[in-house]
Write a protein that binds this ligand. Structure first.
Ligand code: PHE
Length: 336
């Protein structure tokens, strides 16, 4: 029995088999137990001798089984340690992270500057009615100035907004005669042929302030403060007389190309100035249509193209870069 058991134990491959053999030889119904049980039938002289032999065999088998078990356990532990090894010197797998689009970045910056001056942010729909986009801004049907903004019409009366000025009107109606101080960022659409400085869709920020005693000088001071924060403290602005149906008087505003001139922004080269926005004192008729009494309050408004601000700020020479989304172009702004 001993030889047989040791032989079998020699060939054991798994802890499972080992367990089976332990039962087979040492278990309650095991071979050895059987022999011990049969000892009752032996004579008094034989009993201690056989008993001694049986115990020796048991001890031998048990010893081998225990040793094997330990070996299995150790192998398992070693295996697990090997598997779980971490090589802390391996280089990491670099993940690419997204970044904010330059236009959104500039929009956020503009919003920060104006909220810093006490403005709140208002938004409106990109699909507008003729009334809000034109009529309520002192641009009745067949008004020649409608040609200034070639429009995408959805129906006779509904169009893609050509500017963010309709949000002025919506805000005035909402405020119901109370003072207004908002900026309105958003996409606008015009039937333009795309080129380096034009896009059929671009981004504007509108500003509107209405209160008692708002003057042109408030507008000028606001825009100067904005320009200095946006482009740097050396930046200057100039106002050129202009025309918009919804403001009177109206002006176009240029900024000095402080950042741009250095690395050859083609829009600035000749004059050193770049036009960035249109503005003026809100036309009395627009105030009236918005529910305000022009004899009680006055206001200023301005509207700027975020694309142009971004061109100027980063010295980019083609507006189309913002919309073609070449990853090599966009990546340059990830770390700015
Ligand atoms: N809405 C004008 C445009 O898109 C800009 C503007 C806004 C001018 C507000 C004056 C006042 O051209």
């Amino acid at each position: 029995l001993r030889t047989e058991a040791l032989q079998e134990l020699e060939n054991v491959q798994s802890p499972q088999q080992l367990g089976d053999l332990r039962v087979k030889y040492l278990g309650k119904k095991g071979a050895l137990t059987e022999i011990l049980r049969g000892m009752g039938g032996l004579s008094a002289e034989e009993r201690p001798i056989i008993g001694q032999v049986a115990n020796d065999v048991r001890a031998a088998i048990e010893g081998v089984i225990d040793a094997k078990q330990e070996a299995f356990q150790q192998a398992e532990t070693e295996g697990r340690l090997r598997e779980e090894t971490i090589d802390v010197t391996l280089p990491g797998v670099r993940q690419t992270a997204g970044a904010i689009h330059p236009l959104n970045k500039v929009a956020q910056e503009i919003e920060d500057i104006f909220t810093g001056m006490g403005y709140t942010i208002a938004e409106g729909p990109e699909v507008e009615t003729d009334f809000y986009n034109f009529e309520a801004l002192n641009l009745p049907k067949n008004h020649p100035a409608r040609d200034m903004q070639d429009s995408f019409y959805v129906t006779d009366d509904i169009l893609m907004r050509t500017h963010t000025s309709p949000v002025q009107v919506r805000t005035m109606k909402q405020m119901n005669g109370k003072p207004v101080k908002v900026i309105c960022p958003g996409k606008v659409y015009r039937r333009d042929d795309d080129d380096a400085t034009h896009s059929f869709q671009f981004v504007q920020v509108e500003g509107l302030v209405i209160d008692k005693n708002i003057r042109m000088s408030d507008l000028k001071g606001t825009l100067l403060q904005f320009a200095k924060q946006m482009f740097g403290a050396q930046t200057e602005i100039r106002l050129r007389p202009s025309f918009f149906p919804f403001t009177e008087p109206s002006a176009e505003v240029d900024v000095t190309c402080v950042k741009c001139s250095g690395h050859g922004c083609r829009m600035c080269k000749q004059t050193g100035w770049l036009e960035i926005l249109g503005c003026g004192m809100v036309h009395p008729r627009v105030l009236e249509m918005g529910g305000y009494d022009p004899n009680e309050v006055s206001g200023f408004a301005f509207g700027m193209g975020i694309d142009r601000i971004a061109l100027l700020k980063y010295g980019i020479d083609d507006i189309r870069h913002f919309y073609t989304n070449d990853i090599r172009f966009l990546n340059q702004f990830a770390r700015m």
